[in-house]
Design a binder for this molecule. Structure first.
Ligand code: CDP
Length: 235
């Protein structure tokens, strides 16, 4: 597999051409950032932990007939994916109130959200990813009405599969972020599903097993990422 030209470099991943039309290589780097890039570090091994978890969870979704951009892992830190036409929204699914939901609204951390709450943010760092609602998504012509319904439906299906998977491993899926893209007229799950994009709590202690350990300096982030990776890979 040839690592061709760099197509895009984000906060924690880089995308490269591969020589095959419609396929890209995603490299998960060791960079970790929080608070809109206000806090950054490099943690050796972090990229490979997130890449391996992402690969495993994308495969799990595919087994449940949820299409994703994942084709196959290339090595511990990189994967081959389908090139999508990305939709500039972040779809956040919340099962338990935490993070910005608790900061911005009068709800106590840990409150069960049933049914789950879907929040859609506009992906634009310069505007700090403002929250959208259905009317705004349609007014901005980001997606069609039908696509919006399908995105929400897919997000809820992903939530069911992932919540069950983590529950069986003693972990609560508190909330997580998905990104979607178009591929030959179909909607696919893209980006990553990792400890950087999910909020995970230990079922017994309710302790954080995700990027909150880094954000709020709650302990050894690499040790926690390793612990989750071990549980996820033991399928
Ligand atoms: O993480 P924070 O409290 O700032 O934001 P949130 O809206 O509570 O995040 C909800 C979930 O989406 C968390 O699992 C975040 O890690 C994830 N997220 C993400 O992966 N990327 C973003 N740009 C925003 C949120």
């Amino acid at each position: 597999m040839k690592q061709g030209d760099l197509v895009y470099s984000g906060k924690a991943k880089s995308l490269y051409r591969t020589g095959t039309e419609g396929e890209l290589l995603v490299l998960f780097r060791d960079d970790i950032t929080a608070f809109d890039g206000g806090k950054k570090d490099v943690l050796t091994e972090k990229g490979s932990l997130n890449a391996r978890v992402s690969a495993c969870l994308f495969s799990l979704l595919e087994e449940h007939r949820i299409r994703t951009h994942f084709i196959r892992s290339l090595d511990d830190s990189s994967m081959l994916v389908r090139e999508l036409q990305m939709i500039p929204i972040e779809v956040i699914i919340r099962n338990i109130a935490a993070g910005s939901m608790v900061r911005n609204y009068p709800i106590r951390e840990g409150t069960l959200l049933d049914p789950p709450v879907i929040v859609i943010d506009y992906k634009d760092d310069s505007r700090h990813d403002p929250m959208l609602n259905d009317d705004l998504v349609l007014a901005l012509k980001i997606v069609s009405k039908d696509e919006l319904l399908r995105i929400k439906d897919l997000a809820l299906s992903v939530n069911i599969v992932l919540s069950r998977f983590f529950e069986a491993r003693g972990i609560i899926l508190v909330d997580f972020k998905l990104e979607f893209g178009r591929y030959n007229g179909e909607l696919l799950v893209g980006d990553e599903i990792s400890m950087d994009s999910m909020r995970l709590w230990d079922m017994k202690t309710k302790g954080s097993l995700d990027k909150d350990v880094y954000r709020f300096e709650k302990g050894d982030v690499l040790a926690v990422y390793r612990q989750v990776t071990e549980k996820v890979l033991k399928r």
